[in-house]
Design a protein around this ligand. Structure first.
Ligand SMILES: [Zn+2]
Length: 217
């Protein structure tokens, strides 16, 4: 049975949920078992910090080892610019999810949708197509790889603390994605499994062939 959403869904989320319920029914008829791998959003916020802490620390150790920083003075205009850059990066983060999944999804970019969960001020990107395991993983990790670790590398090479602080925040922001990926990696892999983004939760749904038999397409 479909679990009741813990919050009021937007009209588009509701439509996605109904499409997904239809899909679930079809997949079951074709002999697939449904496994939901989702993370609770409130719990995810705490766990995201814990999970990303080693990455944040490693990046900081590297940055400060190569760029000893003396006095730090940040003018107000710098803060405004920082905030603006942060907002741009947040949008870019979602765009990179969409770009990566869109390039691999059977229906291409038609399968990609963006939105904002206003109650939690959380922007999201979702893919309506079924993906292979490595495709889902790659699309899930790509924004943090580029805007977190990539940007941290650039900031370290440039010796820019301003840029580095943005990179650290983007690494932290990848916590939810990493939690979903860890959850997925812990789940035993099955031949013929299809991976879908969850229609409205933070996480995904795997459809795996019952008894290990790959159903005829
Ligand atoms: Zn993300």
């Amino acid at each position: 049975m479909e679990q009741q959403p813990g919050r009021k869904l937007s009209r588009r989320e509701q439509a996605r949920l109904e499409d997904f319920q239809r899909l679930s029914g079809q997949m079951r008829q074709q002999g697939y078992r449904r496994v939901d791998l989702v993370v609770d959003v409130v719990q995810a916020n705490v766990m995201a910090v814990v999970v990303m802490l080693p990455f944040l620390a490693a990046a900081a150790v590297l940055f400060f080892a190569l760029n000893p920083v003396g006095e730090v003075y940040i003018p107000f205009s710098g803060m405004a610019l920082w905030l603006l850059a942060f907002l741009v990066l947040v949008v870019l983060h979602e765009a990179i999810h969409g770009l990566t999944w869109g390039l691999m999804a059977p229906h291409g970019f038609k399968a990609i949708a963006f939105g904002v969960i206003w109650q939690m001020l959380t922007p999201y990107c979702t893919c309506n197509d079924g993906l292979k395991r490595w495709q889902y993983l790659l699309g899930g990790l790509m924004p943090t790889l580029i805007l977190g670790f990539g940007l941290a590398g650039l900031a370290t090479a440039q010796g820019s603390l301003w840029l580095f602080s943005l990179a650290e925040v983007m690494i932290l922001g990848g916590g939810g994605d990493f939690l979903v990926v860890f959850k997925m990696l812990r789940h035993p892999q099955k031949d013929g499994a299809v991976y879908y983004d969850h229609p409205y939760e933070c996480g995904m749904v795997v459809f795996e062939p019952e008894n290990g038999n790959v159903p005829a397409a």
